[in-house]
Design a protein around this ligand. Structure first.
Ligand SMILES: Cc1cc2nc3c(=O)[nH]c(=O)nc-3n(C[C@H](O)[C@H](O)[C@H](O)COP(=O)(O)O)c2cc1C
Length: 339
């Protein structure tokens, strides 16, 4: 009998746990068809950004008030795509066309940080046929006056605002930089998140030492980045009342997929590996996953899900983490270390 790869994410049934995460590969219907053909369990479309929707709303307003200077603020911080009127409408077309083109879940991505009129767009995602919404709260709280509790409250308020506008499932895509991520996850779970995507990568600028200028290129991820995800998946798996869990960074081979599933991920997302090797890489990941499961006599992927999740009582978690931390530092061995 064939190994059963069926997976549940956000209350949706997926044919397997490999999800193509938001990237330029899913920005066209041709790309969506290709990801479907190579076996993706679900596809996340690239984000529609708060700034794009706001810009579009401002343009519409300006058209109805020709000659007035009601929105003078510069949008020069933002790339041309943000200043392109009509992006939101094209995005809705993409959702509708992708939905018709394939029979796997199409997850549309809203990306923003504040609660205001732009959030209404969520209901248009639902009307266009999105199976779910991934809400990416990508906020670097760089203002020295923004406090942790304020940022957390903003994140929960954004979820609640979108939750109030749609019935389809919502996954929160987050970076890990909250002071107490476990509590944050539980609050989002309680506020109606159907899933958490762990984690957003931060696109930090670098310094070019030749040109003495800041650079902002997107570096693709590396498997060494999965460890923070493993830690939090294993801590949260089985401990949330409702939300499912997606692993989201550093997948290159089936090894990372397996580790994430063992730690408790319901699905595993990948972007960099597909950009590096092409969408066909999903086939390789799936075939290697099946082989691994068969060799160990597992009949389904659900048999390994969460097998390595944290088992100690929540109250002991911090002590356990301290113990692991001290063991790894004091256990270091290397050519220049005498113990
Ligand atoms: C070129 C590129 C474009 C991306 N675009 C988006 C996007 O529009 N929205 C989003 O939420 N994430 C976006 N991401 C982030 C990916 O979805 C993913 O979360 C991140 O790359 C980590 O996964 P990986 O290690 O498999 O690359 C993008 C990543 C890359 C490399």
């Amino acid at each position: 009998m064939d190994t059963d790869l069926t997976s549940n994410y956000l209350g949706l049934t997926l044919r397997n746990p490999i999800v193509a995460s938001a990237s330029p590969l899913s920005a066209t219907v041709i790309g969506v068809r290709q990801l479907h053909a190579t076996g993706a369990g679900a596809i996340v479309l690239p984000s529609l950004f708060e700034e794009q929707i706001r810009h579009d709303m401002r343009s519409t307003e300006r058209l109805s008030q020709v000659g007035s200077n009601s929105f003078p603020e510069a949008s020069s911080y933002f790339p041309d795509t943000v200043r392109d009127d009509g992006v939101p409408h094209r995005y809705l077309d993409l959702i509708a066309e992708a939905r018709h083109a394939v029979d796997i879940p199409i997850i549309a991505s809203l990306n923003g940080t504040t609660v205001s009129g732009w959030v209404d767009y969520a209901s248009q995602f639902e009307a266009a046929g999105a199976s779910a919404i991934e809400l990416n709260f990508y906020r670097i709280a760089s203002s020295p006056t923004a406090t942790g509790p304020e940022v957390e409250a903003d994140c929960i308020a954004l979820l609640k605002a979108v939750r109030a506008r749609v019935k389809i499932p919502i996954a929160m895509k987050l970076h890990p930089h909250f002071s107490a991520f476990g509590a944050m996850a539980r609050q989002l779970d309680a506020a109606g998140a159907d899933g958490l995507v762990l984690f957003n990568r931060l696109y930090q600028a670098d310094i070019d030492l030749v040109r003495l200028a800041w650079t902002n290129d997107v570096a693709l991820s590396h498997p060494s980045e999965i460890r923070l995800g493993l830690l939090w998946l294993s801590q949260l798996s089985g401990r949330l009342s409702h939300a499912s869990l997606a692993a989201g960074s550093g997948v290159e081979t089936v090894d990372e997929v397996l580790k994430y599933l063992l730690a408790g991920a319901d699905v595993v997302m990948t972007a960099s590996a597909l950009l590096r090797h092409g969408p066909g890489h999903i086939r390789t990941l799936l075939s290697d996953l099946k082989t691994w499961l068969e060799l160990r006599d597992f009949k389904s992927v659900s048999e390994i899900r969460g097998l390595m999740e944290a088992t100690h009582p929540v109250t002991d978690t911090e002590r356990q983490e301290r113990g692991d931390y001290i063991r790894s530092l004091t256990g270091y061995r290397g050519p220049y270390v005498r113990r």
